[in-house]
Design a protein around this ligand. Structure first.
Ligand SMILES: [Zn+2]
Length: 443
């Protein structure tokens, strides 16, 4: 492969405190150097990134690729293409598949499928309990050896405190964290949206903030007691933020993620009974949204994760009460979160660290989420000012289920490079050959 030069973009890399215009050189699937390229006699592939931001490839701690078992909703092939379009070069796939990812064999299936059909890095998450039944721990040693990066019964909370305590203890020797879907079903059962004034007006059964907060509270206590690594998935309430803040202050090994939708939308989206606005946790109030974005800025919440949850049309083309939970997010994530930057409530450098360096740190990976020389050549190039309109029919994802259809966004992914390969390129971005000097050709 010829060296690839990403020329003249605004390079932002939180892991090195870099924010400056320059050229980024990729050689042999690795980041080689950042600097200014000099002309010479060796042919390089050049991607002109003038006016664009050049970031480490985005890392998603939480998405649903649905394979094996739910290929009508998404596959590793379609989901990784959606990821590439959204600027994500690494995605952690959740284990609520059929069969669930609770044995080495299923981990290997995901890995083989990714190698054959995927276009970005896929890191499998294994179950906490066998069959996600919440009763017996999986064979953690077996899953760790197979290469899972975390454990989660996502879609369900591990309701039995004894089992969760065991998981927090027994995951430690393997360096795995637990991604915790916090939902006490005795409080949320039958609920379809945030419990509040609006759920009463709409006549829909609510899910109280407490359904999440009692779960967050219990598991932070258990993490404190055991010393296990706890990661709170898709935080949605101001109360959860305060519990996490307190846990961190007391030295608990707790991290947290928030989705683009919980950062930018409120339960008002449910007015009109749009089933595409139905998700778990539900969209909350304006006060929650504000607390989440502040928590992100302050570092109480570490990362932005998509919780990309594609569904078929039939899953959503029904009454609100019976519609599936979840929305298709990978291709709208950047547009959504950039609204915070354009509104002045979050800095661009901070935002990008939540999509790159911070999730990579949670995964314990120093070779992704960074543009350091030697790192994987995973690069996302976006135009922060380019305007576009969300059209789900153009999604690479099979999941067209988004409440953002027709929404105008400012900020568009123009090219995505994974392991040195261009895996997504907007029509406006051209690749050219230009002659440069090898060796000391860039400094
Ligand atoms: Zn979940």
């Amino acid at each position: 492969m010829k060296p690839l030069l990403v020329r003249g973009g605004r390079v932002i890399d939180a892991s090195q405190n870099i924010d400056r215009v320059g050229d980024l050189l990729i050689v042999d699937r690795r980041i080689a150097r950042l600097g200014t390229a000099a002309t010479g006699d060796e042919p390089w592939t050049v991607l002109n990134a003038r006016g664009m931001v050049v970031s480490p490839g985005f890392v998603d701690l939480h998405c649903h690729l649905r394979e094996p078992g739910f290929e009508d909703k998404e596959t590793i092939a379609s989901g990784t293409r959606a990821a590439a379009r959204g600027g994500f070069t690494t995605v952690c796939c959740m284990p609520n598949t059929k069969p669930p990812i609770d044995t080495q064999g299923v981990v290997q299936f995901v890995e083989k499928k990714t190698a054959a059909e995927g276009v970005v890095r896929v890191l499998p998450v294994g179950c906490i309990t066998t069959g996600r039944h919440g009763k017996e721990l999986v064979n953690i040693a077996e899953l760790a050896e197979a290469g899972v990066v975390a454990l989660s019964d996502d879609g369900d909370w591990v309701a039995d405190p004894h089992v969760m305590r065991q998981a927090l203890q027994e995951s430690q020797p393997f360096g795995l964290f637990l991604s915790d879907h916090c939902q006490d079903v005795s409080l949320s059962a039958g609920g379809v949206m945030n419990e509040g004034k609006l759920s009463l007006e709409l006549g829909l059964k609510g899910i109280p903030a407490a359904a999440e907060e009692v779960a967050v509270s219990r598991d932070i206590e258990l993490a404190q007691e055991t010393g296990g690594r706890l990661h709170i998935a898709h935080v949605s309430t101001a109360g959860s933020v305060e519990l996490i803040r307190r846990g961190k202050r007391e030295g608990v090994a707790v991290t947290a993620e928030v989705t683009p939708h919980h950062l930018t939308m409120t339960d008002e989206m449910v007015t009109g009974y749009d089933t595409n606005a139905k998700m778990y946790p539900p969209l909350r109030t304006a006060a929650d949204v504000e607390a989440l974005s502040k928590a992100l800025d302050e570092g109480v919440i570490d990362a932005i994760a998509t919780d990309h949850a594609p569904h078929t049309r039939a899953d959503k083309l029904c009454d609100f009460d019976v519609a599936a939970f979840g929305i298709s997010v990978l291709e709208t994530a950047l547009g959504s979160v950039l609204t915070l930057v354009h509104a002045g409530s979050l800095g661009l450098v901070t935002l990008l660290s939540k999509l790159t360096q911070e999730p990579a740190a949670i995964l314990g990976r120093g070779d992704i989420g960074t543009l350091k020389p030697g790192a994987c050549a995973d690069v996302t190039i976006f135009d922060p000012e380019a305007e576009w309109t969300v059209d789900p029919s153009l999604f690479a994802s099979k999941g067209k289920n988004t409440p953002l259809a027709g929404q105008h966004f400012k900020g568009k992914v123009m090219a995505t490079i994974c392991g040195g390969q261009v895996v997504h390129r907007d029509g406006a971005v051209r690749l050219e050959t230009a002659y440069h000097k090898t060796g000391a050709g860039i400094d």
